[in-house]
Design a protein around this ligand. Structure first.
Ligand SMILES: C[S@@+](CC[C@H](N)C(=O)[O-])C[C@H]1O[C@@H](n2cnc3c(N)ncnc32)[C@H](O)[C@@H]1O
Length: 138
């Protein structure tokens, strides 16, 4: 990974740890993936030469930066959706700052509705990272 996205990922990781630590309630936290989890999925994207990835649950774009960086290598593109408008705005700014904005489309949308409107076999990989109790319905 280039220095530019790596620096932004490191900043977001440190900010997330500082911000989330004192918060007892889970929902206001960005709840970004761990670096290991995001790296593993990025490795799958590269290994599979995936060109189309859909993520449900963008938050501040931490995982999206990892995936967009991998998709830059495969010539692909990420679509990521979140129901929280402020997080969509933050994610767009963070992807831009990381230099990978061109490899990701960020939408203010509901995951279930997005999946229902996504034709079968039209994406190589779907990453569910929203609210787990909803997954069965997806
Ligand atoms: C665990 S965080 C995502 C973390 C992000 N993938 C990362 O690692 O940087 C979960 C996100 O899912 C969003 N969310 C919750 N329900 C959703 C839904 N039905 N559709 C889309 N996003 C949803 C929340 O607003 C929150 O930002």
């Amino acid at each position: 990974m280039d220095d530019q996205p790596a620096r932004v990922l490191d900043d977001l990781y440190q900010e997330g740890r500082a911000h989330d630590g004192p918060l007892a309630d889970r929902l206001p936290r960005p709840r970004d993936m761990t670096p290991d989890a995001a790296r593993l999925i990025s490795t799958l994207i590269r290994a599979r030469r995936a060109t189309s990835v859909l993520e449900i649950g963008t938050s501040n774009g931490y995982s999206a930066i990892w995936f967009a960086d991998a998709l830059r290598d495969t010539g692909g593109r990420l679509t990521t959706v979140d129901t929280d408008a402020a997080r969509v705005t933050a994610a767009l700014a963070n992807l831009e700052r990381a230099g990978v904005r061109g490899y990701a489309g960020v939408r203010h949308a509901d995951g279930a509705e997005t999946l229902a409107g996504t034709p079968d076999a039209s994406v190589d990989l779907v990453v569910l990272d929203a609210e787990r109790p909803a997954y069965a319905g997806y």
